[in-house]
Design a protein around this ligand. Structure first.
Ligand code: MN3
Length: 205
């Protein structure tokens, strides 16, 4: 099965003014597409792996042949992470509600406190990487950050929310102001309804 670029369910300019259309287009059509092309190249001569779902590969990297393991980790990780990133964004995004809000409040007290800790993880990730909200093995919500294209799947966690803090995600509009990008993203672009839906689907399986 060849991996394919997932279409966005909103146009490239839909997240203006928080993420500009040019950044969205380059990020989706160029960066993400390149990771997919390189992943498909790596899997080309491994027909048995091609049938394995991407998440399974990333959870079990030690089962991926050594000659393509780094490529799968980086390009497969990039494909997985970007796909989730596009999925959980929306114009006019509302804050979290329902079961996810309840569980965030159980863990962090308030949604504001959760956002502070998530922001800290995203701001302090050195160089290129991601900040995540995931469900850990015991079913608890966890904030974490990863370098490069590593994912919480490698730590046996199930990611439900992610922000890309590679410079290509924000540099055209925000230059070095990563904290401003993260604040705008959390307050206006990260879609509580979509993240909540993913959360419910993951805890009910
Ligand atoms: Mn990116």
């Amino acid at each position: 099965m060849m991996q394919k670029l997932p279409p966005l369910d909103y146009p490239y300019n839909a997240l203006e003014p928080y993420i500009d259309a040019q950044t969205m287009e380059i990020h989706h059509a160029k960066h993400h597409q390149t990771y997919i092309d390189k992943l498909n190249d790596a899997l080309e001569n491994h027909p048995n792996l091609k049938e394995m779902p991407l998440e399974e590969m990333l959870k079990n990297l030690e089962e991926v042949p050594e000659d393509i393991r780094t490529s799968v980790r980086n390009n497969g990780g990039g494909h997985f992470s970007h796909s989730l990133f596009w999925e959980i964004m929306a114009p006019n995004a509302k804050s979290v509600s329902g079961k996810l809000k309840e569980d965030i409040e159980k863990k962090w007290g308030t949604v504001e406190k959760f956002k502070e800790e998530f922001t800290e993880a995203a701001v302090s990730r050195f160089a290129s990487g991601w900040a995540w909200l995931s469900i850990d093995k015991s079913g608890e919500l966890q904030i974490s950050s990863t370098p490069n294209h590593d994912t919480p799947l490698m730590e046996e966690m199930i990611p439900i929310m992610v922000i890309d803090v590679w410079e290509h995600a924000y540099y055209l509009k925000y230059q070095n102001r990563r904290p401003e990008f993260i604040k705008n993203w959390l307050d206006n672009v990260a879609c509580g309804d979509k993240i909540g839906e993913i959360y419910l689907s993951k805890i009910n399986t």
